[in-house]
Every structure is written in structure tokens, then in C-alpha cells.
Design a protein around this ligand. Structure first.
Ligand SMILES: [Zn+2]
Length: 316
């Protein structure tokens, strides 16, 4: 019998689950589009369904735990989702006790960016470092901070919310209630908004010629050296550079790893990001810190959740 954790990544678009072995081998996977409703019931039923589906596909396994990565701040001890801006129907939902009752196995909960940071630190880009930071650039900007090999959660579960570091005091309004958060300048959503703003100012811009602009369009134009698209990525890099400089000075990380779909534009935002780090950090921590792209891609969160599941079962 092989010990497995069923590790789920509960995203706003897809609900993915994988049966993961102790060494991080993914044995089986299941995936469905995330069902949306005003209540958590449909989403919960879908989670139970794909967990059973994935388990059925496995042969000779011993299910030790289920671990779920969610786009939300979580109370990991109580097993409750606190604030899920992209899946608000789950706010306050006690997913752990509900799933433990249904599946009759221990269940653990983690914020998705924290899970990705744990995954990269277990098997990915930051595996040789004790102190690292994960930045996820997607619909929003997520973060996970690992210090002395352990994820930093804070007493309220909100530690590592890098996306809500303020980088413009009177900037664009943010979903968290503040203004000018990093997320409003460096997420994939922000890339599209900033490109549309430029297009509105300059109707002759190639950005203005694209119907329903996406971050991929902006990236493609950037690769073609379009000046307006490059200006958008420069802005994205500038604000990331501001926030990361503060983190380099205050936390002295050995490594920073970038994941999420918008990290694909690495070549286009990195020059300005490095320029800002060069201007704004102490020399010694800036020379030490190494910057990487995610090695585990979409599986970082699933593998991190699986690792957390094994750790919790083994040490409790
Ligand atoms: Zn915010």
C-alpha cells in the first residue's frame, strides 16, 4: 500500500485534485470547472465528487489525509475560510469539519500562495533555501513567506499577503478596501487595466486596436517591442521592485520565486524590477537574494498542500 494525500487546489476557475505520494509523485488527477453558487453547497459537493473520483482511480493506496489550497485567508487551526475575495460564497465556511465528516479522514487547509511557497520549498526552485518568498502573479498578487524552513502565517492567518503592500498612497482602489496595493499594479488583471488606460489616452496605440484585450495580448505586443506594451510591463516591474525591496530589507530572504500566469512576462518586467531593487536595498541582502521562476508551475500549490498533509499527519 502506498501512502497518499489527496491534495486539492480550489481555484476560481478550476477545481483540481491529485493523489500525491510521500516523495511528491503525482499518481492520479481529477479536475472540473469550479461550480459557482451563492452558497457553498455545490462547490463542496463537487469537491467530494472529484476526491472520490481521484481515489477510485488509484490502486493499492492508503489515504492518510486531504489537504486543500484555497484562494483565501484561512484559520488553519479551526479549518475555516475567512476571506475569499474570488469565491465569496465560501467566506466563513467550515470546510474542514464538513469534509472530515463526509470522507472520514483528517483534512487540512492552507492559503493557495502559502501552499505554492511550501511546494517550491519542498521540491521546486527554493528547495535549497531556508528563507524564501513566493510571489504569485495571477488574477491577484499572492505571497508566501518561509522563514527558517517554516511558512509564516501570523496569529490571524494573514501573513504573506504581499499583494496588499501599499505602493501608491492614493492609487487605484483595491478589493481589500485600501488604495494603491501592489496587486493593483502587478497582477495579470492590473496589466490589462493599465494597458486599457494607455489605449484610452492614445487611440493610435496598437493596444487600442485589440478587441477585448487580455494580458496575453499585451505580452505578445511586448515581445514585438511595442513601446506602449513595454511601458505597461515597466510599470508592473517598478511596483514589484518597490514592494520586494522592502521585503529584501526587512526579511533578508535567500531567494524569491515568481509563479502564476503573469510570471510568464518575466523577461519584460524584470529589468525595471532589478533596477528598483538596486536603488532601494541594502547592498548585502540584495547581493545574496536569488530570483527564480517557479519550477512546479500549476502544481506548486497541490504539492505544497500534499507536503503539509503528510507533515501534519506525521507530527500530530
Ligand atoms: Zn489591497
Amino acid at each position: 500500500m502506498t501512502d497518499i494525500v489527496l491534495a486539492a487546489d480550489l481555484g476560481g476557475t478550476n477545481l483540481r485534485i491529485a493523489a500525491v505520494g510521500r516523495d511528491g509523485t503525482i499518481l492520479e488527477r481529477s479536475k472540473i470547472a469550479t461550480p459557482r453558487d451563492s452558497k457553498p453547497d455545490r462547490l463542496f459537493s463537487a469537491l467530494v465528487e472529484i476526491a472520490n473520483d481521484c481515489l477510485k482511480k488509484c490502486e493499492k493506496v492508503n489515504l492518510t489525509a486531504i489537504a486543500i489550497a484555497v484562494p483565501a485567508t484561512v484559520d488553519a487551526c479551526k479549518g475555516i475560510l475567512l476571506d475569499a475575495p474570488n469565491l465569496p460564497e465560501l467566506n466563513g465556511f467550515g470546510i474542514v469539519s464538513a469534509l472530515e465528516e463526509e470522507m472520514n479522514v483528517k483534512v487540512f487547509l492552507e492559503n493557495d500562495a502559502n501552499a505554492a511557497a511550501i511546494g517550491e520549498s519542498w521540491l521546486g526552485a527554493t528547495k535549497n533555501f531556508e528563507d524564501s518568498i513566493m510571489v504569485t502573479l495571477g488574477t491577484g498578487v499572492g505571497g508566501g513567506i518561509i522563514i527558517d524552513g517554516k511558512i509564516l502565517r501570523g496569529p490571524d492567518g494573514t501573513a504573506g499577503e504581499i499583494g496588499h503592500i501599499n505602493v501608491e498612497p492614493c492609487g487605484h482602489p483595491c478589493g481589500c478596501g485600501s488604495h494603491g496595493c501592489l496587486e493593483q499594479y502587478s497582477s495579470a488583471t492590473a496589466v490589462v487595466r493599465m494597458a486599457n488606460e494607455l489605449a484610452a489616452e492614445n487611440p493610435d496605440s496598437k493596444l487600442a486596436g485589440v478587441d477585448k484585450l487580455t494580458s496575453k495580448h499585451v505580452y505578445q505586443l511586448g515581445l514585438e517591442s511595442d513601446e506602449d506594451a513595454l511601458a505597461v510591463f515597466k510599470k508592473q516591474g517598478f511596483y514589484l521592485g518597490l514592494a520586494l525591496s522592502g521585503l529584501i530589507n526587512s526579511l533578508n530572504p535567500e531567494a524569491i520565486v515568481f509563479g502564476g500566469g503573469a510570471a510568464a512576462a518575466w523577461d519584460l518586467f524584470m529589468p525595471e524590477l532589478l533596477e528598483q531593487i538596486g536603488k532601494r536595498t541594502y547592498l548585502t541582502p540584495a547581493e545574496r537574494v536569488k530570483l527564480f521562476r517557479s519550477e512546479l508551475g500549476d502544481d506548486a500549490g497541490i504539492l505544497g498542500a500534499a507536503h503539509l498533509g503528510f507533515e501534519n499527519v506525521d507530527h500530530n
